[in-house]
Design a binder for this molecule. Sequence first.
Ligand SMILES: NC(=O)C1=CN([C@@H]2O[C@H](COP(=O)(O)OP(=O)(O)OC[C@H]3O[C@@H](n4cnc5c(N)ncnc54)[C@H](O)[C@@H]3O)[C@@H](O)[C@H]2O)C=CC1
Length: 569
Amino acid sequence: MAMKKAATAAIKSLRSASSVSASSIFTRQLHAATGSKKIVGVFYKANEYASMNPNFVGCAEGALGIRDWLESQGHQYIVTDDKEGPTCELEKHIPDLHVLITTPFHPAYVTAERIKKAKNLQLLLTAGIGSDHVDLQAAAEAGLTVAEVTGSNVVSVAEDELMRILILVRNFVPGYHQVISGDWNVAAIAHRAYDLEGKTVGTFGAGRIGRLLLQRLKPFNCNLLYHDRVRMESELENQLGAKFEEDIDKMLPKCDIIVINTPLTEKTRGMFDSARIAKLKKGVLIVNNARGAIMDAQAVADACASGHIAGYSGDVWNPQPAPKDHVWRHMPNHAMTPHISGTTIDAQLRYAAGVKDMLDKYFKGEDFPTQNYIVKEGKLANRTAAYYSSRPSKRRVHGRRLKTRKATEAHLSIRLPPLFISLGVFGKVKLEMADAKPGMRKPVFTKVDQLRPGTSGHTLTVKVVSSKMVLQKGRPDGPQVRQMRIAECLVGDETGMIVFTARNEQVDLMKPDTTVILRNAKIDMFKGSMRLAVDKWGRVEVTDPADFTVKEDNNLSLVEYELVNVVEE
Ligand SMILES: NC(=O)C1=CN([C@@H]2O[C@H](COP(=O)(O)OP(=O)(O)OC[C@H]3O[C@@H](n4cnc5c(N)ncnc54)[C@H](O)[C@@H]3O)[C@@H](O)[C@H]2O)C=CC1
C-alpha cells in the first residue's frame, strides 16, 4: 500500500512539473563535495542463483560488479534488497547516503519523505530505464540529480515484446501447460491460435523500444501502426514500414495486437481503463512491458474474463513485487512474468557499465550523457518535462521541418558507446551497448556528414582546421593534482566539418593541418548542436596527412537540432 502511495505521489506531484524553476529550488550542487561518498544500491536478491553466472551483476550479490572499484577509491558501498517499511535496511542509510542506486526490477520507492530525510543525498541513479519509482518533483525541489542508463536494455525489451506477441498469437501457454500436466489436446489450442502475418499491430509509444519493436516486426508482414507524442521523420517511417496515427483512440480499435511502449506519467497512468478497453477490437491481444500502472488492473482482468481481451502479456506490475493476490495472477489467457525483460545478462552488463560510467563522471565532476538525465541538479530534463507536461493537449505534432531545425533521430540511435566495466574477480569485459557482443570489433570508418545526434562509436579520419583553447586550469608543475585543458577544434573531411572538443593531452595532438584518426568518438549535444568528443574509451591518433580538402561550407555544428517538432497552437 505504501509503495502504491509513493508511486501515485510521484506522478501526481508532477502536475506542476513545468513550473519548477531553477531559481525556486534549493540546489544541492551535484559535484560540489569531493571525498569519500556513501553509496547505497538496492537490487533484487539472487540467493542460490547468484554464483551461477559470473556476469550476473544485476542482483544484490553481484552489486553491479563495482564494489572493488568503489572501495578502492575510498567510497563506502552498501547493497541491500530490503527496501520496504520503516525498519528496512535502506531506511537506515537514508539519513547519510550520498548516492542511491535503484532499479525498476525491484524498485525502491523514493518518496518525498525519504528525500527529505536524505540530507546528504545528491544523486539518484536508476540501473535500467524508467525512474517513475522516484518522486521526481520532490527530487527536483531538493536540487537532486536523477539519471538512468538510457538505451541500456531497449533491445532486451523489444525482443521480449516480440516473444510475447508470438506467445499470445499462437496461444502457446496452454499448450505448454498441457505438456506439463500429461495432456494432449490439439483442439484446445488450435481453436484460437493464429499467424502473426497480416495482423494489425499498433504500438502506443514509438521511442527507443517502440521503434526497435517495429523494426523487428517488419519481416512478419504485419500492418504496423504507431501513436506517439512525436511523429518520426517520414524516412524513418518508411524504413520501419509503420503508419503514424495522430489520435490514439482512432488507432487502438484498428489493432489486433496493442503494445505499450510509453513511460508511466501523469498522462499515461490508468489510461487503459474499462471505457477505453471497451472500444478495442473484441479479441484484442495486449503486450505491456512499459509499466503496470498504465493499465487499470481490474479492467484488464475483467476484459480477460469476458474474452474482450483474448490475451494479455507483460512483465510489469503495480506494485512490484506483485502481491500474491494480484488479479493478474489469476485472470484467464494471460502470459505474465515477473519484471524480467530488461534484466537479461546482456542488459545487466550494459546498465552496470552505464552506472559505473556515471559514478566515475560524478566523482570527476563531469556531466553525464545528456540523454541519461531525468532531473539535472534540480531541473527536470527536457525529455522529462515534455513527457510530464500538464499542457500537451494544447500541442500538436507538426509534420513539417522547421526552417533551421531538424527532427533528430537520436531516439532511434541505440548505438551507445562501448563501455568497459571492471567486474571485480571476473576481469574486464568489453561491452557494446548496442549488441553486447563480446570481443573485438573492426573499426568502421565514418564520414563527417554521416554523424547524427545521440550516436557514438565513430571512427573517423579528419584534418584539424583550427584549434582554440577555451579552458586552462592548473599548471603541470602547480599544486593541483590535475591539470585541465579544453580546446574547441574544427575538424573535417571531404564531406563536412564539426567542432571537436579536445581535452587535456588531446589538445596537444590537435594542431591545425594535422590529420588525426578519432577512434570511438561520440556526439555530445551542446545547446542543440552536435559536437564530437573522444572520451577515455576512445583514442586520438596522429596519422599520415590525408589528401582530401575539408568541406568547410558544411559545418554540422551550425545545425541546431531539437527533439520534437512541436508547434504551440
Ligand atoms: N520491462 C522492462 O524491463 C523495461 C521497461 N521499460 C519501460 O519502457 C518505457 C519506454 O522506454 P524507451 O522506449 O526506452 O523510452 P523512450 O523515452 O525512448 O520512448 C518513450 C516514447 O513514449 C512517448 N510518449 C511519452 N509520453 C507519451 C504520451 N503521453 N503519449 C504518447 N506518447 C508518449 C515519447 O514521445 C517517446 O517516443 C520506459 O519509460 C519504461 O517505463 C524500459 C526498459 C525496461
